[in-house]
Design a protein around this ligand. Sequence first.
Ligand code: HEC
Length: 182
Amino acid sequence: MSFYALLSSYTFAYKLIHHRPMKKVTTIISVALLLAITACGGESNSRKTENTRESITPQPKAEVKKSTTMDPMSSKGIGPIKELTLAETIDQGMVAEGKALFDKNCAACHKPDKKYIGPAPKDILNRRTPEWVMNMIMNPTEMVQKDPIAKQVLAEANGAIMADQNIQEEDARKILEYFRTL
Ligand code: HEC
């Protein structure tokens, strides 16, 4: 409805209700009120169009992000371990040796079930492949430089670097067996 149509219907309604034409002062106030109402309406309309434009633009960004994040359970990491299949049953002899090795070489920075300097190894095999964990233990320096997941872990650990302790495959494997029990 146009501004003049609104104004004339308003003055007409006034005449009907009060049985006399509008006084000058009342007319001026009504004009001001109507102007304010139409101006507000116009503004909220233009805001609406802005909103729809905003809600369309972010969509392509979200898609780009999705395609760059990778699934850690499909990564074997970088290092000497290419393929490792774990037996279904846990070898308790290896676990005991692995725990001793962990207490000696790793406990300065890792607590079994709590984040410390580095992340907690509890449930690590739900987050990482056995190969990745072995490569991280045996080859942490290269992993942190080149492996996308290790790089991300490094960023989350506020830049604290995992020390390369020259752990050999046999010992790394025992530590991994111990991790399976956490
Ligand atoms: C000097 C401290 C330090 C020592 C010692 C250390 N780590 Fe770490 N570790 C870290 C830090 C910090 C991170 C995470 C940041 C990074 O990757 O650099 C990490 C990451 C890891 C990860 C990856 C965890 C994840 O959630 O992705 C594993 C597995 C790991 N360490 C195992 C070990 C084992 C096993 C030992 C002992 C042989 C060990 N670490 C010794 C500091 C240490």
